[in-house]
Design a binder for this molecule. Structure first.
Ligand code: IFM
Length: 477
C-alpha cells in the first residue's frame, strides 16, 4: 500500500452553515493502552502479544515498539489537564489486560489497577466522564501461548479479567465497552497476520472472531453481575461496501466483503445468528464446528449501547481470473474465502493511511446500524485521520485533519437528523501514538507528540475541536 508523503487536501472550510448537536452530546477523544502508555515492564506488567510482535524483527515499520510510546503512564496528570483544557466531556481509554492481570489468569495486580484508579479519579476530578474499553488488542502472551483467541478458553479468561476490572473500577466508571474492533483482532491478527500475534490461517481467524464475541457476551454478563448500573456496549469497526460497477459479479464481491467486514459481527451480536450467506462463503474455510449450543445467545446478551468506529469505505470488484491481487491485500489475506475480491481505488482524496475520505459513508453506516439492527443509542467511538504534520515555530497547522473532522461531524449531524440516536463522538486520537504495524510513522493525534522529548503540542484541530465542544456544534465558516 503506497502512502503519499503529501496527501491531497480535503478541502477548505467555507460556506458551511453552523450546526448544533443535541443537549448532553458526549464529546470525547479516544486512545488505547498499548498505543500510549509505555512503561511496558513497570508496575508488574508482563508482555502482551503486541510486545512480542513489535519486538520481532520485520513486524513493525522501523522496528518501533510500545515500550515507551507517549509515556502516558508517567504523564497521566498533565495529559488529563490537557484534556480538560480542550473541554472534553469524556475520555475513552483502554485497560491493559497484562497490566492488571499479568499472565492473563489469577489474581489482579494491585499496582496495575491503581494506575487506572488514579486515571479515573483524575478524569472525574476534572469533570471528564471516563469511558473504559476492556480489550484493545493486548492479549497477555501466555494466553496466546495457550492458543490465543482461536482457543475457546480465552473467552472465559476474558470474563474473569472483566470481573477483576469491574470490581476495582465499577464504582466510578459508568460507560464500558468490551472489545474494540474485533474484526482487526481476528482477521488482521490471525488471518493476514499483519497485526499481533501475526498468525495466518483463515479458519483460526474465523474461530478467533467467534471466541472474541463469546468473550464479549460473557464479559457483559460478568459486568452486569458486578455492576448492575453500568452502561455496557461493544465497539465494532464498520465500512460501507460498494460495488465498483453495476455488474452482478461486483455486487456479489461487495456482498461477500460486507459479510466478512460487517455482518460477521453485527448479526451475532445484535441478532444472535450468523448470516447464512457468510457461512456459505466460508464453507471451504471452516465448518463452524467451534460454535456450540448457547453461544449465540451469550453473544447477543442485551446491551445498553453500540460503539461504531468509522474511517472509510471499501469499494470492491469481482476477481479477474489470473490477475495479481492488490499489494495491500496480497496473500495471506484477511478475507478468508474471498481472497480474490479486488479492492478498487476511486482516485478520491485519501489520508496518510491511503484510506479514502468518505464522510457520507458515516451517515450510511450509522443509519444502517439503526435501521437494520438496533434501536439502542449509538456512539461514534472512533473517527479520525492520519496526515503528515509539520511543526513550524512550535505550531502544527493540521488543516487536512481539521477538515476531515468537520466533514465527519457534519455527517454525524445528518445522521441524527435522519433519526439515528447518536449520543456521542470520540475523535481518534487524543494524541499521536503507536499506530500498530506502522509504528510511530503515522500521526492521528489532535495533540502532536515529540517522541524524543515527549513534549505535547495541541494542533489546530485540537483548538478547533475545543471550540466545537464549547459551542456544542460547528460554527459557520
Ligand atoms: O489506531 C487505530 C486504533 O487502535 C483502532 N482503530 C483504528 C485506529 C487507526 O488505525
Amino acid at each position: 500500500m503506497s502512502n503519499p508523503a503529501s496527501p491531497p487536501a480535503v478541502g477548505v472550510l467555507e460556506d458551511r452553515p453552523p450546526l448544533t448537536f443535541p443537549p448532553g452530546f458526549l464529546w470525547g477523544a479516544a486512545t488505547a493502552a498499548y498505543q500510549i502508555e509505555g512503561a511496558a515492564a513497570e508496575g508488574g506488567r508482563t508482555p502482551s502479544i503486541w510486545d512480542t510482535f513489535s519486538h520481532t524483527p520485520g513486524r513493525v515499520v522501523e522496528g518501533h515498539t510500545g515500550d515507551v510510546a507517549c509515556d502516558h503512564y508517567h504523564r497521566l496528570g498533565p495529559d488529563v489537564a490537557l484534556m480538560a483544557e480542550l473541554g472534553l466531556k469524556s475520555y475513552r481509554f483502554s485497560v491493559s489486560w497484562p497490566r492488571v492481570q499479568p499472565g492473563g489468569s489469577g489474581p489482579a495486580n494491585g499496582e496495575g489497577l491503581d494506575f487506572y484508579r488514579r486515571l479515573v479519579d483524575e478524569l472525574l476530578g476534572h469533570g471528564i466522564e471516563p469511558w473504559l474499553t476492556l480489550y484493545h488488542w493486548d492479549l497477555p502472551q501466555p494466553l496466546e501461548d495457550a492458543g490465543g483467541w482461536p482457543a475457546r478458553d480465552t473467552a472465559a479468561r476474558f470474563a474473569d479479567y472483566t470481573t477483576l476490572v469491574a470490581d476495582a473500577l465499577g464504582d466510578r466508571v459508568r460507560y464500558w465497552t468490551t472489545l474494540n474492533e474485533p474484526w482487526c483482532s481476528a482477521f488482521l491478527g490471525y488471518g493476514s497476520g499483519v497485526h499481533a500475534p501475526g498468525r495466518s490461517d483463515g479458519a483460526d481467524a474465523v474461530r478467533a472472531g467467534h471466541h472474541l464475541m463469546l468473550g464479549h457476551g460473557l464479559a457483559v454478563q460478568a459486568l452486569r453481575a458486578a455492576r448492575p448500573t453500568a452502561e455496557v456496549g461493544v465497539t465494532v469497526n464498520l465500512y460501507p461496501v460498494t460495488p465498483a460497477s453495476d455488474a452482478p459479479a461486483d455486487a456479489d464481491a461487495a456482498r461477500r466483503i460486507d459479510a466478512l467486514a460487517n455482518r460477521f459481527f453485527l448479526d451475532p451480536l445484535l441478532r444472535g445468528s450468523y448470516p447464512a450467506d457468510l457461512m456459505a462463503d466460508l464453507a471451504d474455510v471452516t465448518d463452524f464446528g467451534h460454535v456450540r449450543d448457547g453461544d449465540l445467545a451469550t453473544i447477543s446478551t442485551p446491551l445498553d449501547l453500540v460503539g461504531v468506529n468509522y474511517y472509510s469505505r471499501h469499494v470492491v470488484a469481482a476477481p479477474v481470473p489470473g490477475a495479481e491481487p492488490e499489494p495491500y491485500w496480497r496473500a495471506p489475506s484477511c478475507w478468508p474465502g474471498s481472497e480474490d475480491v479486488r479492492f478498487v481505488t476511486r482516485g478520491v482524496p485519501v489520508t496518510d493511511m491511503n484510506w479514502e475520505i468518505d464522510a457520507p459513508g458515516l451517515v450510511e453506516t450509522l443509519r444502517r446500524v439503526h435501521e437494520e439492527y438496533t434501536k439502542l443509542p449509538l456512539y461514534v467511538t472512533e473517527n479520525g485521520s492520519a496526515f503528515v504534520d509539520e511543526v513550524v515555530d512550535g505550531r502544527v497547522d493540521d488543516v487536512d485533519r481539521l477538515a476531515y473532522f468537520d466533514a465527519h461531524l457534519r455527517a454525524a449531524h445528518e445522521a441524527i437528523e435522519a433519526g439515528v440516536p447518536l449520543r456521542g463522538y470520540f475523535a481518534w486520537s487524543l494524541m499521536d501514538n503507536f499506530e500498530w504495524a506502522w509504528g510511530y510513522t503515522k500521526r492521528f493525534g489532535m495533540i502532536h507528540v515529540d517522541y524524543d522529548s515527549q513534549a505535547r503540542i495541541p494542533k489546530s484541530s485540537a483548538r478547533w475541536y475545543a471550540e466545537v465542544i464549547r459551542r456544542n456544534g460547528l460554527a459557520a465558516q
